[in-house]
Design a binder for this molecule. Structure first.
Ligand code: SIN
Length: 329
């Protein structure tokens, strides 16, 4: 009898302990990204982690995995849908498999500067695009800036003719492929983590990216020329899976949303600053020559690449294209 009582007491105790630890276990949010920590996205992710630690104490823990440590950009979206990671901020060019609409952001020479991008993203069309992948189980939480893209290469690139027959690494976007094909170049879709080696070994001739990525990934050390084309944008969409985000406790989700909003403000400020500073660091390094386009050269790029808008007008939505054009005014 005594033995039975002891067994029962142990069993009840074990159930109690399990219940207490289940209640007390913090929610772990894994935030994976592919860039360095000292970049707009890296800074935003770390700020988010710190704000959540301050405000949600031991209820939520954010773990940040930079530099493709956890998942590279070939796998991170699948991992999100499988629940292996909970927050991502892929470049807007990496969602083609889930929606054609976000490819609006890849159209060359569509946005004249970051202010125009901001205007579009904060307007009704930009906000509506946040939920464009809901049917695929992905929720867009908000945008984050990086900057305008420049073209780096082994040879000096002035006019579009200089890009002819050259191999350029691009993100996984058919619009970006069409953009390079429009100037007779050969685009290759490759993960971000492979770009440095591809450039270093001269397996490719060049790539397009923001100043902060060209600097933080050391592309400028293996690319003797960078042409300041500002031909497109590199921005991000912070996403979660609908299942994970909607399943968060009601007292936690609004606080996370607030933390994210504040972290994005910090990330955007870093983006604006790094755009200037990282370009200057590249100039100071003297490893890479920066080519500034003349007005005629720039006009030639626009003329060569602009037909891509018409090619993708239906895919990105005519009304989105019109709103994007209007955001330049
Ligand atoms: C990123 O900034 O997240 C990566 C951009 C790229 O793949 O070029």
């Amino acid at each position: 009898m005594l033995k039975l009582k002891t067994i029962l007491a142990f069993a009840v105790g074990a159930v109690f302990l399990c219940a207490v630890s289940a209640i007390a276990a913090p929610i772990v949010i894994k935030f994976s990204h592919v860039v360095a920590e000292d970049t707009p996205k890296g800074i935003m992710a770390n700020k988010f982690r710190d704000l959540v630690a301050e405000r949600l104490g031991d209820k939520v823990v954010v773990e940040v995995y930079p530099n493709s440590q956890l998942f590279g950009d070939g796998k991170e979206l699948e991992a999100l849908l499988l629940g292996d990671v909970h927050l991502l901020a892929p470049a807007l060019s990496k969602f083609q498999k889930y929606t054609p609409l976000l490819q609006i952001y890849d159209l060359p020479f569509l946005f004249k500067d970051m202010a125009a991008i901001d205007k579009f993203q904060q307007g009704p069309n930009g906000r509506a695009l946040l939920t464009s992948m809901k049917d695929k189980g992905i929720v867009g939480l908000d945008y984050l800036h990086n900057g305008m893209k420049q073209i780096s290469a082994n040879d000096p690139i002035h006019g579009p003719g200089d890009a002819k027959n050259k191999k350029f690494r691009i993100m996984t976007s058919d619009v970006l492929a069409a953009q390079f094909e429009a100037v007779g170049a050969m685009p290759l879709k490759k993960p971000f983590a492979e770009v440095f080696t591809l450039l270093q070994t001269k397996a490719i001739d060049g790539q397009e990216n923001s100043w902060s990525n060209i600097y933080s990934q050391k592309f400028y050390e293996v690319q003797p020329y960078i042409t300041e084309t500002n031909h497109g944008i590199l921005d991000y969409l912070v996403i979660s899976s609908t299942e994970f985000w909607d399943g968060l406790p009601a007292d936690v989700r609004p606080v996370l949303e607030e933390c994210l909003k504040e972290a994005i403000v910090v990330g955007n400020a870093a983006a604006a600053q790094k755009d200037l500073d990282d370009k200057q660091k590249i100039i100071d390094s003297k490893r890479s020559e920066i080519i500034t386009l003349t007005e005629e050269e720039r006009a030639a790029w626009v003329e060569a690449m602009k037909p891509v808008w018409k090619q993708f007008e239906d895919a990105v939505g005519k009304e989105n294209l019109e709103a994007a054009i209007a955001s330049n005014n």
